[in-house]
Structure formats: C-alpha cells, structure tokens
Design a protein around this ligand. Structure first.
Ligand code: F6P
Length: 415
C-alpha cells in the first residue's frame, strides 16, 4: 500500500467523559510522530462544526507536556457539538462543504471521537468522501459513558463513570444512615436508552454499601410498582437507596420529568435528560411522609477525572493511538473497538468494527443480567464491569488542586 501523505484532523463530539482527552492524546502523540506521512495535525473546534466553519487548531504548536496532561484532563478539550448532518440523499450541502474543506487543507486522515450519533456522522462522511473519489481515511474513535456502542465490549469513558458512581453511592450509603429516623435516597444516573451506568451502582451493593433497588431504561418503569418496592424495603430497614436511570420510561413512553411538565428536544430529536430524581423523591415523600433526598449525579459522573479508572485512561489512549496506526496502514471506514478473551483473565484486545455496523445501533444491558422483577442487577454485570474499573489514574496536582491541560489552541489560518 502506497503512503498517503497529507494532514490529519481530529474532532470530539457529543457528551464528554472524564477520559475523552486521553483518546485525543493518543491521536495527537501518534499522529505527530508520523513525520513524512502526516504533515500537520489539526484539532477541530467543536467537532464537525469546526470543520464546517474552518475553525481548527494547529496541534503541532502545543507544548508536548500539555498534550501529556490531556490524558488526565476531563471533558472535551477541543470543544464538542451536537450537530446533526442531514441524510446525504436529502441534503448534501454539509457533506460537499466538508469535502471542500478537506481538499483545501489537504486533509487525508479524519478521526472522529464520539458515541452513537457521532459514529453515524462519521459513517455518513466516510461514505460520502469515498464516493467522491477523494482519498481520505476515516476512523471512528469510540467514547461514551453510556457504553452503548454496538460491536465493542465496552466504550472508553464508561468505566471511569462507573467507578465514580459506585464510589459515590458507597459514600452516600454511609451518610444516609447516620440518623435514627427513616430516609429514602433517590440517585439519578445518566444513560438515555441503555442502563449500563445505572447498573454500575450494583458494584457498590457488591461491596455491601449500595442501592436496594436499581431501575434501568431496559425495563418499563411503573410508579406504583416502584412505590411498592420502596415501601417493602422501608418497612423493614427504614433506609432505602434507589438508583434510577435518567432514561426510565413508563410503558406509554413517557420519561419521569414528562409526568410533571414538558421537556426540551435537541438537534437529534432527543429529549433533554435530567430531573428524574426530584420528581421521584417528591412522589415518595408524599406517599411515605419520611425524609427523602433526590440526588442527580449529573455532570459530575462524566467529568470526575480524580476518580478515573487507570484501565479506562490507558484504553482510551490506546483507542486514539490505534486509530492513527491503522489509518496509516491503509484502513478506513472503521471504528476502533475492544474485545476481551472468552476465558481467563481480562485483557483488552483491539477489534475493528465497520462504521456502518456501529451507526445507529444501540447496545443495551442484556435482559438476563437484570433480575426477574426488573428492580436489580445480578452478578453477571459485576463480573463484566469489575476488570474495567481497576487502577487509579494519577492526576497532576498543583497547589493541592488538579493541574489540567491548558492548550494554546493556535488557530490554523484560513486558506
Ligand atoms: O453522551 C452521553 C450523555 O452523557 C448521556 O448519558 C446524557 O443523557 C447526555 O449525554 C447528556 O447530554 P447533554 O450534555 O447534551 O445534556
């Protein structure tokens, strides 16, 4: 295979994670090493939006020490977006523009870092560019705390959020037990259609300090059934911890906040998540009359770099690094994924998944990992998740506080 010489661009898209920049570090450090093949390394400001607007940063001008710090810096350092591309057969304006920009800046390598919607974007761009005859290798770099990308054992970002959630619930468990009076605590966890993250609360239960009840979006949510579940535990223990996904829906498709008001919708037509815990907490308080606290782990669960899993940081970096290596080797139109050996100890192995297979397919928690009543998760999940949360990421500290990366973000002059 002849060498494809030109420039590379990397963009971040969708909701961030605490380790998303470790993938950026993997892409950047590997791409900057590829002298003679990759001439310039660019970072798109706000993902695909930056490409459309010709707003990108010259990564070659960054201090290598700051790029190293990206490994432990949470949230998308280049900025993110939730921009939906039209179907090319309906409106190809954006695709033509992307192609024009790629040609103008001699971009021959495009790496896109994101979850489901972003892999759909990546897939559409990949197909359009291939059809145009312009040679540019397109590789998806996975990320999502939701862990719902198809074809990969798990997604970078999930394990660190899972570690944070389990740890926080163990801490809350102790705090919620200090008084001799009764108390119910409702903890809301992210995840729209897939309950992987909420299921991670069972890791705290595995240590004896976790939730009594776990509700995932995979199972229709029934308010009366939840109330009966809560009452049963309350009557016996006087303390109840409920872990609930922000994405639980009633059998007629309503999210919990929709039971009390309207929710807004984003560019992808997704309803704005959040607000389930306070609604459920009020409902339980009215019914039980005891002290109830509703806690939304909200953004904290996806930016808690101080509690990231070392395994996750390393795998996130690896996914970025691998994306560059396989593209240089001539691969295109794939997402980097992971698999583990079928038997024996956990080991992260690389698996390449065609973008077409990933786009728009969501991986949910298997029904057999959820108990028959639909209000708890079993040991199969614990076996799956424990290897992923191993090890502590060491963040750089300055004056007792984290020292996160500070990029110069030198804009590439428009041509
Ligand atoms: O990207 C995944 C995710 O973190 C979901 O778990 C969550 O529902 C959503 O993003 C929140 O998105 P936003 O940051 O746009 O509110």
């Amino acid at each position: 295979m002849s060498k494809l010489i030109g420039n590379a661009i990397f963009g971040q898209s969708g909701g961030p994670t605490s380790v998303i920049n470790a993938s950026a570090a993997g892409v950047f450090t590997e791409a900057l090493k590829q002298t003679g093949v990759i001439e310039k390394v660019y970072g798109a400001a706000n993902g695909i939006v930056g490409i459309l607007n010709e707003k990108f940063y010259d990564i070659g001008q960054e201090d290598p020490a700051e790029l190293e710090l990206l490994k432990t810096t949470p949230s998308s350092a280049l900025g993110s977006c939730r921009y939906k591309l039209a179907k090319p057969e309906v409106d190809d304006t954006d695709y033509k523009r992307i192609l024009e920009v790629f040609k103008k800046y001699n971009i021959r390598y495009f790496f896109y870092n994101g979850g489901n919607d972003s892999m759909d974007t990546c897939n559409k761009i990949s197909k359009f560019i291939a059809k145009s005859g312009y040679e540019c290798r397109v590789i998806g770099v996975p990320k999502t705390i939701d862990n719902d990308l198809f074809g990969t054992d798990h997604c970078p970002g999930f394990a660190s959020a899972a570690k944070y959630i389990a740890t926080t619930i163990m801490e809350v468990y102790l705090d919620a037990r200090v008084y001799d009076s009764g108390m119910v605590t409702v903890i809301e966890i992210m995840g729209r259609n897939a309950g992987w993250l909420t299921a991670a609360s069972v890791l705290a239960a595995h240590k004896g300090q976790g939730p009594d009840l776990i509700y995932l979006p995979e199972i229709d949510f029934d308010l009366d059934k939840m109330m009966a579940d809560v009452k049963k535990v309350y009557d016996k223990e006087k303390k109840v911890i409920v872990a609930v996904s922000e994405g639980v829906k009633t059998s007629d498709g309503q999210y919990i906040p929709e039971l009390v008001g309207e929710v807004s919708v984003d560019a992808f037509g997704h309803k704005q998540m959040g607000g389930t815990a306070p609604v459920l907490a009020n409902y339980i308080k009215e019914k039980l009359g005891c002290k109830v606290r509703g806690i939304e782990l909200s953004l904290m669960q996806r930016c808690a770099a101080h509690l990231a899993s070392k395994q996750d940081v390393e795998e996130s970096f690896l996914s970025g690094q691998t994306a560059v290596r396989i593209a240089i080797d001539g691969m295109t139109d794939y997402m980097v994924g992971f698999q583990r050996p079928e038997t024996g100890d956990y080991k992260c192995e690389i698996k390449l998944i065609p973008l077409n297979d990933v786009a728009n397919t969501e991986k949910i928690v298997p029904r057999e990992w959820i108990n028959a009543e639909g209000n708890f998760v079993n040991e199969k999940f614990v076996e799956y998740a424990l290897p992923l949360i191993q090890g502590e990421s060491k963040i750089a500290i300055e004056d007792g506080l984290p020292r996160f990366a500070k990029l110069k973000k030198v804009l590439v002059p428009k041509v």
